[in-house]
Design a protein around this ligand. Structure first.
Ligand SMILES: Cc1cc2nc3c(=O)[nH]c(=O)nc-3n(C[C@H](O)[C@H](O)[C@H](O)COP(=O)(O)O)c2cc1C
Length: 389
């Protein structure tokens, strides 16, 4: 069945005729503004902060305005097919929710992982659960219904714990492992440093660790009785300085597809594929790690060339469906949403996030419609145009 995501727009207009105004905004600036009011200051600060002076975060966002698409006329596709293949599974939408440690804190009930999975179930937008989760991984995945959920792995510096995370993800129904390779240590984030804002050290979003016997066996007391030993042990196991042999090892631990998240250089894409990656994930962590100043959108074409037939997914700086469309037109298999969905969760939990995702999909679908592309293949064939030098 082909979903017409654009129909959401008609529902909104029809409700307005009955005097029912939309409860939630549709544009990114209003979404961020509402989140800044709804979230506790330290949570908003954590989500919005970036490495260094934030130039990479800004460059990510600004990059999209240098690209455009030339619409085609008299081809008016009455139905659009936005489906793609993600981790070997056909999905109806070419977007997904990227892993956000602390998403648990972004929902008013502080169970944002469950709320995000619920919104995934309601919209068909796949969700990636971070290693840092307020709710243990086993309890999150059932809320997504049949929508795929992926598990993002920060590889612990303890093989038993690492193997356990992977096995737990596999046995509880996750559809793939995303190995994050750009954050084996924390980037320098002045806006958090100034108030010493690192929620994990205060025990937030640690449920995957605190429910794992391979973590608990190293503690003198359980975390709920004494948090200090848990904090100390966490600091020793997060995270392993990575090398390519770690990817070889992960491959021996699971039959699930593995994506390598954090690739920016074409040679790293090649190496990841040589070491068994099923998917390349181009991202700079939303400018939170290396403050390079280089937007990921600019790096995507060379990585695509190097990856050949291996699927490449992408994120960083996507703030509207038009941004996603450009990355898809360049050749990304699917595009990840980051901060915007964390903000959309903050003022109404699963309900406001579902509204946001429906709006995003409607915009994407309607962009395809008015530009004259019936599916992603046609969009890719049309390609993108660089607007400015
Ligand atoms: C608050 C926050 C927490 C994040 N936590 C994780 C994480 O736990 N694992 C991970 O791989 N990436 C994490 N990321 C990076 C996102 O997956 C994604 O790459 C990034 O948000 C994209 O940039 P954008 O938000 O500017 O679009 C985090 C990003 C933010 C903003």
């Amino acid at each position: 069945m082909v979903h017409q995501f654009g129909d959401f727009q008609n529902v909104v207009y029809a409700e307005a005729l009955k005097g029912i105004a939309s409860r939630y905004p549709f544009d990114y600036p209003s979404i961020e503004e509402k989140a800044a009011k709804a979230l506790p200051d330290w949570v908003y600060r954590y989500v919005s902060s970036a490495a260094g002076d934030g130039r990479t975060q800004r460059a990510n966002v600004e990059a999209y305005s240098r690209y455009g698409i030339i619409p085609r006329m008299m081809t008016s596709p009455p139905e659009r097919d936005l489906s793609t293949v993600l981790f070997g599974k056909k999905v109806d939408v070419p977007i997904f929710m990227a892993p956000i440690g602390m998403i648990g804190l972004c929902s008013p009930d502080f169970h944002g992982d469950v709320a995000a999975a619920t919104a995934a179930g309601a919209t068909g937008v796949p969700y990636c659960l971070s290693t840092f989760s307020q709710t243990r991984m086993e309890e999150v995945v059932p809320h997504a219904g049949g929508t795929p959920v992926f598990f993002q792995l920060y590889l612990p510096n303890d093989r038993e714990l690492a193997a356990s995370f992977i096995q737990r993800a596999e046995s509880s129904g996750y559809s793939g492992i995303l190995l994050t390779v750009d954050s084996w240590t924390l980037g320098f984030r002045p806006n958090d440093l100034v108030i010493g804002n690192f929620p994990q050290f205060r025990g937030f979003c640690m449920q995957n660790y605190y429910t794992d016997e391979n973590f608990l066996k190293h503690l003198s007391k359980p975390p709920e009785e004494d948090i200090a030993p848990a904090q100390r042990h966490y600091a020793t196991v997060f995270a392993k300085p990575l090398d390519w042999e770690d990817l070889d090892w992960i491959r021996t631990q699971t039959t699930l597809p593995v994506a390598v998240k954090g690739i920016q250089h074409p040679e790293d894409a090649r190496k990841a594929i040589d070491h068994g990656a099923d998917v390349i994930y181009v991202t700079n962590h939303g400018g939170r790690q290396v403050n390079s100043g280089v937007p990921t959108l600019q790096l995507l074409p060379d990585v695509l060339k190097s990856a050949g037939t291996t699927p490449v997914v992408f994120d960083s700086g996507v703030r509207s469906a038009t941004d996603a469309l450009i990355a898809l037109a360049l050749g990304a298999t699917a595009v990840g949403l980051g901060r915007p969905y964390a903000y959309a969760l903050s003022y109404g939990g699963a309900e406001s996030l579902t509204h946001y995702l429906r709006g995003f999909l409607a915009e994407l679908d309607l962009c395809m419609a008015v530009a004259g592309f019936k599916d992603l293949e046609e969009l890719r064939e049309a390609g993108v145009v660089r607007v400015t030098g």
